[in-house]
Design a protein around this ligand. Sequence first.
Ligand code: HEM
Length: 210
Amino acid sequence: MISDHAPAAGARWTARRVARFKLLLFVLCLFPVFRWFFLAGGPEGLGANPPEFLIRSTGIWAMVLLWLTLCVTPLRRLLGQPALVGLRRMLGLFSFFYTALHVLGWAYWERGWSLAEMWADIIQRTFVWVGVLATIPMALLALTSTQGWMRRLGRHWQRLHACIYAIAVLSVWHFWLVRSGKVDYREPVVYAVILAVILLVRFLSGRAKG
Ligand code: HEM
């Protein structure tokens, strides 16, 4: 049986071990930033169109971090390591960090900070408003991810944070629409399949928990 209270394999991780792992993960989450600087200083720089490169790269990393955030609960249950919950908030905030850079990149390079142009883009391009639809609740989850908000919202907090699944679906939809212009659906399909597996494992482990 899969349960929060019955370790499936090995001993439970101590808070100290989780803290050390969290530090390592923090540095790993910054890998994309190091990579951008490394590439920018290299012979090819960030390619022929650096703004496009950065908008795409931040979008991809926002999704990768979001998927990793979603893996924490199923993994914690499967491994019987409740302390892993401590990693979820950090991964979620990193996903929001890359989303914020992604949106700022779009606002600056594509729309020159013009609110009128941003609004026009939102109503003209479907993939943009789907992106906005994913970003607004994401900002809300980041804002309410603190202990203080957890206390204030009580049992509503869990319900609010279950929105992360809808955000993930909207993100895949946004990615799909971006790629539909290029008729290349391979990557969005990979992300959609991984999301389906995460949701299935989450559902099955939740049922086993009872
Ligand atoms: C206000 C919200 C958002 C706006 C305005 C926005 C805008 C954009 C733009 C302009 C592109 C590039 C399209 C192109 O290259 O033709 C893009 C691509 C992308 N965005 Fe967003 N986005 C938003 C939210 C999000 C969110 C929340 C995620 C995921 C968590 C995301 C993930 C991606 C991905 C994965 C790509 C495709 C990268 C690629 O083609 O390699 N975006 N977005």
